[in-house]
Design a protein. Structure first.
Length: 263
């Protein structure tokens, strides 16, 4: 089984000191590549170092809505510097989060719009985080003029109706370990309607450990296999086939010719 974890925080303090062992376990589980997400530019820097050291690691750069209030005056220029790196495959994760409001909503919206404008100008894929802010997220994304085919809604947790709105934009939908949770029937219903060529899988490690390892305090990329197996069951297909199609989707979406194992 060949798998890609399209969204994990390998540079997070809970994983980065164990990155070598974490990647070894991922490779043993069949993970041929991981894409490191960034919540701020410091995390992007650390993710870039990991990507430069490992042939099967890629990274994205962006400012998470939680950290929007701390964005420096030159953050767009610094972000553009990261996106010029060969192993930077997307702008992300960016978006809106009204659940905690760690940053004021108006600041979140401004920083989101600015990063979308950069991604559109650079023709970079966009990785979106949205929580309790779906309508505003879609409105700002639409206003940005971004090509929906270059957008993924990561760790999707919405309804089937919201999934249809994402699909109407032309965007990809990525599912994390949440889809495996026992009470996630509505999310599994949403996963069932996503076309094969719009589907991605992820862990969002170190968060969201999936069933049957949900008790793991620190999730890691190897566990993306459980997401793949769950989605295969939901969609009535073979897990190996689902792994292959999501790996092909990841290669296409992130603009990577092929994934191969590498240390």
């Amino acid at each position: 089984m060949r798998l890609v974890d399209t969204h994990c925080h390998l540079a997070h303090e809970r994983l980065r000191d164990e990155a070598e062992a974490v990647l070894a376990r991922a490779r043993e589980a069949g993970v041929v590549a991981v894409v490191c997400a960034a919540g701020d530019l410091d995390e992007a820097q650390a993710a870039m170092r990991l990507a430069c050291a490992h042939g099967d690691v890629y990274f994205m750069a962006g400012v998470h809505p939680h950290d929007a209030k701390d964005a420096s005056g030159d953050y767009v220029a610094r972000l553009e510097g990261f996106t010029g790196e060969a192993r930077c495959v997307a702008v992300g994760e960016v978006g809106l989060d009204y659940h905690y409001n760690f940053s004021p909503p108006d600041v979140q919206r401004r920083i989101f719009a600015e990063q979308l404008a950069l991604a559109v100008r650079l023709v970079k894929p966009i990785v979106i985080h949205t929580r309790e802010a779906f309508d505003d997220t879609v409105a700002i994304l639409t206003e940005s003029g971004a090509d929906g085919r270059r957008v993924v809604f990561h760790s999707f947790t919405g309804s089937a109706a919201e999934a249809r709105r994402v699909l109407d934009l032309g965007a990809m939908v990525s599912f994390s370990g949440i889809v495996t949770f026992k009470k996630a029937d509505d999310l599994r219903a949403a996963a069932a309607i996503v076309p094969d060529d719009r589907l991605l899988i992820e862990t969002d490690a170190p968060y969201l450990s999936p069933e049957p390892v949900r008790k793991m305090k620190t999730n890691e990329p190897a566990n993306v296999v459980h997401v793949a197996r769950c989605l295969a069951a939901v969609r009535g297909c073979d897990a190996e086939a689902l792994a292959e199609l999501t790996t092909a989707n990841a290669a296409r979406f992130f603009g990577i010719a092929q994934f191969s194992r590498g240390g």
